[in-house]
Design a binder for this molecule. Structure first.
Ligand SMILES: [Fe+2]
Ligand SMILES: [Fe+2]
Length: 230
């Protein structure tokens, strides 16, 4: 994340870097109800030393990244704090870009090819459901579960209840992915369509692939740790 970007809001900084909450608090910056405000503007209004603030943010970001980068792909031996940071940076960030992108592509091809490819209406509806479900799901993980790995005082029983819910949501997402694959005939591109159609199916297949890896890391490693330990 580029913190010196003039258009970056306080909320966006904390969403991408949870440690920024402490840094903002130290500087008396209200990032919660005032989360929609621009960081650059707040710095100016409150007369904050911008170099030292940017430096602290960058340092926290570097530390967060290096917590998993040095460990390669050895997910099972990663600390839960590092693994949740990895999932957030790699898979959650990916979905936040890929879901709206696929949604827009689907909208376009539905208008052009909907008449001759009626299955697209079904694809559109299912994907819309998946997108809405996942947007809620990512926020639930980032708000209720990921931060709990760094805290010793978090309520383990409460977290387990949320994790059970999240795993049920994974199953529901998995079912939608299977159905999407079935009705698109394994994302097979019909002969009579344009390049945008092809791009849409390639994108949907890419989202499926990424989600399989993402859900695996959560179900089989990260969440399992919470169910077994403490
Ligand atoms: Fe996730
Ligand atoms: Fe998840």
């Amino acid at each position: 994340m580029n913190y010196t970007d003039k258009n970056i809001t306080l909320g966006k900084v904390v969403a991408g870097l949870p440690q920024a909450a402490d840094i903002f608090e130290e500087h008396g910056i209200d990032f919660c109800c005032g989360g929609h405000r621009l960081l650059a503007q707040v710095i100016e209004e409150q007369g904050i030393d911008k170099n030292s603030l940017y430096e602290s943010l960058q340092k926290a970001d570097d530390e967060r990244k290096s917590s998993y980068q040095n460990q390669g792909d050895d997910f099972e031996n990663m600390s839960p704090v590092a693994l949740s940071a990895y999932i957030d940076d790699k898979h959650h960030s990916y979905l936040r870009e890929a879901l709206p992108e696929a949604s827009e592509l689907l909208n376009t091809i539905l208008r052009v090819h909907g008449n001759s490819h009626r299955e697209l209406f079904h694809v559109y509806k299912l994907f819309g459901q998946l997108k809405t479900d996942l947007e809620q799901h990512l926020l639930k993980e980032e708000t209720l579960v990921f931060p709990s790995y760094g805290q010793t005082h978090s309520d383990i029983n409460e977290t387990r209840v949320v994790i059970k819910e999240l795993m049920e949501e994974h199953d529901a997402a998995g079912d939608i992915l299977k159905e999407l694959r079935r009705i698109t005939n394994d994302y097979n591109i019909p002969d009579d369509v344009c390049g945008t159609f092809e791009r849409t199916y390639v994108k949907l297949a890419e989202i499926e692939k990424d989600l399989h890896r993402h859900i695996h890391l959560e179900n089989n490693i990260l969440f399992l740790e919470k169910q077994n330990n403490q």
